[in-house]
Write a protein that binds this ligand. Structure first.
Ligand code: TRP
Length: 330
């Protein structure tokens, strides 16, 4: 079975956008591939080093959600990056062969620095973000990496670094390929893209009453002020969510109701709420069970970490041998 690897940075709670944009795909992939999924807590430190408590909380939220959405520990390997120091060793060794210019020209480097201008990101660790990601991927000699389009530059540099290592020493690493998760952006409750930084997200950890309240007060077509006004569904973020969570017929029904003022926004939202509840109910149920059983979650992660660590150790032996490190007696 070909190996798939992906990770999520521990810098916030998971929301519906992460569910449909990544996690549902991860769940599907575990049927076909040897999947490794992990929480990238070191990556969260590159921007969140001043607030490690938040990284701890996010790590817990991510692990609970990985399991709650249906990642099955019998079919995939779930672990935490910082429990596998081999990633750091490989990161260090790769740093020796990585030209600074390769890192400086990764577009996310300058973009993120501007976006998060309230933090000092002129650090060594932040510049090395894509290099650490490279180590995460190639240490498992993964073939495919399911990611969103925003991560493509990181995959590109991973391929370049794998190639450079193979060229300088010997063929150790396959060049990883992105498995693009093509999913439309999910609207947040204010109509902008759902994102933890906009305070407009529906979190997987939100209980039913909060989800319902967020959806009931969600923005609609701003031009439709009264119940009797006609609206344009395409201008309503509620309709965008219908396109993801509702059936064809329901989409037609609410779109028609909006255009003709035959249906009010409240009724349109009721249909959406019911459909989102259908998706979230099994997640709430499993999440609550897992919260009551923290030892079970720890055991799953420990087992996953042990398995991943074995694979990482094996690769590191090949890497040290290729670089001539540590075996001075022969
Ligand atoms: N950069 C990814 C994100 O923003 C997280 C990540 C870290 C990752 N290492 C990885 C993704 C390796 C895929 C493969 O969420």
């Amino acid at each position: 079975m070909d190996r798939v690897l992906s990770g999520m940075q521990a810098s916030g709670k998971l929301h519906l956008g992460n569910l449909v944009g990544a996690l549902q795909n991860w769940v599907k992939l575990q049927e076909q591939y040897d999947c490794y999924y992990f929480v990238a807590d070191w990556h969260a430190l590159t921007t969140g080093y001043a607030n490690p408590e938040a990284i701890k909380e996010s790590t817990r939220d991510l692990l609970l959600n990985f399991l709650a959405v249906g990642l099955d520990p019998d079919r995939c390997t779930i672990f935490i990056q910082s429990k596998i120091p081999e990633h750091a060793e490989l990161h260090l060794l790769l740093s020796m062969i990585t030209p600074l210019a390769w890192l400086e020209r990764v577009p996310t480097y300058k973009e993120k620095q501007q976006e998060l201008h309230d933090r000092d990101l002129s650090t060594y660790g932040f510049l090395g973000y894509p290099l650490l990601q490279t180590a995460d991927i190639i240490i498992y000699r993964a073939k495919y990496v399911p990611v969103g389009i925003d991560q493509v530059p990181h995959l590109e540099i991973s391929r370049e670094i794998a190639r450079r290592f193979n060229y300088l020493y010997r063929e150790v690493f396959p060049e990883p390929e992105a498995l693009l998760t093509a999913f439309p952006k999910v609207s947040g409750i204010d109509g902008r893209k759902m994102s933890k930084s906009y305070d407009n997200a529906i979190y997987l950890s939100d209980p039913p009453d909060i989800v319902e309240q967020k959806l009931r007060t969600m923005m609609t077509d701003p031009a439709r002020k009264r119940r009797t006004d006609v609206g344009d569904p395409e201008l309503s973020p509620v309709y965008h969510l219908h396109k993801i969570f509702s059936s064809e017929e329901e989409q037609q029904e609410v779109a028609h109701g909006c255009r003709t003022a035959g249906m009010g926004c409240i009724d349109c939202k009721k249909i959406l709420i019911a459909n989102i509840f259908k998706v979230m109910e099994p997640i709430w149920k499993r999440r609550n069970e897992l919260i009551k059983n923290p030892e079970m979650v720890s055991a799953i992660v420990e087992k996953g970490t042990e398995k991943a660590r074995k694979a990482a150790r094996k690769t590191m032996q090949l890497v040290r041998d290729a670089m001539g490190l540590g075996r001075f007696l022969q």
